[in-house]
Design a protein around this ligand. Structure first.
Ligand code: COA
Length: 260
């Protein structure tokens, strides 16, 4: 499958590297990018050759510098609502992926770019990364999930500060507040991201998938989340990989998981 705005490379280990490819516009999200992301992630959900996804931006300067502001002239109340609904649906698809998705943030992650990184399961930042929600400068607010996912990740106080001031923060600050999981030199970004993905893919695949599922309800009331966790724990106990993991530990050998 080919895409007009994405470069997709799947390696021998099933790691798909997806590069948003509009470098002349700092990889801003226009309707084509949103459609391509939707098409790619909808395929990746069920494509057994894809085990995990690394999302990044083309060039050295930018992950994604936001939604495409050139489109904003057309927006009014009605079309703005549709615009936000569409982006949110695609970002929900990314967040709900049953396979790990890591953002390799290689520069500006602003507005919709920050929100895209927030929809990924893990964020690794290059030391030149800049995060921010500058929507207030344009007379709008984040519409692709920023007001909801940012406070869940960094807490309400810091999220409120970032969204109301539109401040751009550097990678080290993003790490301090828990927005970035890790900061690495820009030249090592893809290697470090690949390494973390490889670590995850060496684990029992069903355990990873069920963990993602349980983590997704971590903002639900505790009793509900615990109930989901216990249910998923039971499901994991029914897998061959569970038996293999336990036997391997007790037999002092390396586990060999099959994803069953
Ligand atoms: N939408 C559309 N085009 C964008 C864009 C966006 N979000 N961000 C950058 N671009 C375009 C610029 O218009 C410019 O295009 P041009 O060369 O045809 O004029 C090109 O990308 C390069 O950007 P430029 O502004 O020249 O780079 P810079 O290094 O001077 O500044 C930024 C970089 C990221 C600080 C600046 O581009 C910026 O503030 N972008 C908008 C960020 C934003 O508000 N995002 C949230 C949107 S809701």
């Amino acid at each position: 499958m080919s895409y007009t705005t994405l470069l997709v490379d799947v390696d021998d280990h099933g790691i798909a590297t997806v590069t948003i490819n509009r470098p002349d516009k700092l990889n801003a999200l226009n309707a084509d990018v949103i459609d391509d992301l939707d098409a790619f992630f909808s395929r990746a959900e069920t494509d057994a050759t894809i085990k995990g996804v690394i999302l990044t931006g083309s060039g050295q300067k930018s992950f994604v510098a936001g939604a495409d502001i050139a489109r904003f002239r057309e927006l009014d109340g009605e079309s703005g609502r549709i615009f936000a609904d569409r982006g949110q649906a695609v970002f929900n698809r990314i967040e709900n992926m049953p396979k790990p998705v890591i953002a390799a943030v290689n520069g500006f992650a602003l507005g919709g770019g920050s929100e895209l990184a927030l929809a990924c399961h893990i964020r690794i930042a290059a030391d030149n990364a800049v995060f921010g929600q500058p929507e207030v400068n344009l007379g709008i607010l984040p519409g692709y999930g920023g007001t909801q996912r940012l406070p869940r990740l960094v807490g309400l106080g810091i999220a409120t500060e970032l969204i109301l001031t539109g401040a751009m923060i550097k990678a080290d600050r993003a790490f301090e507040i828990g927005l970035a999981n890790l900061v690495v030199p820009a030249s090592e970004l893809m290697e470090a991201t690949g390494k973390m993905m490889t670590t995850i893919l060496a684990k029992a695949p069903i355990a990873v998938e069920l963990s993602l599922k349980a983590l997704r309800v971590s903002d639900e009331p505790l009793a509900k989340g615990l109930d989901v966790e216990a249910d998923l724990f039971g499901q994991a106990c029914d897998t061959e990989d569970f038996k293999e993991g336990v036997e391997a530990f007790l037999g002092k050998r390396k586990a060999s998981f099959t994803g069953r």
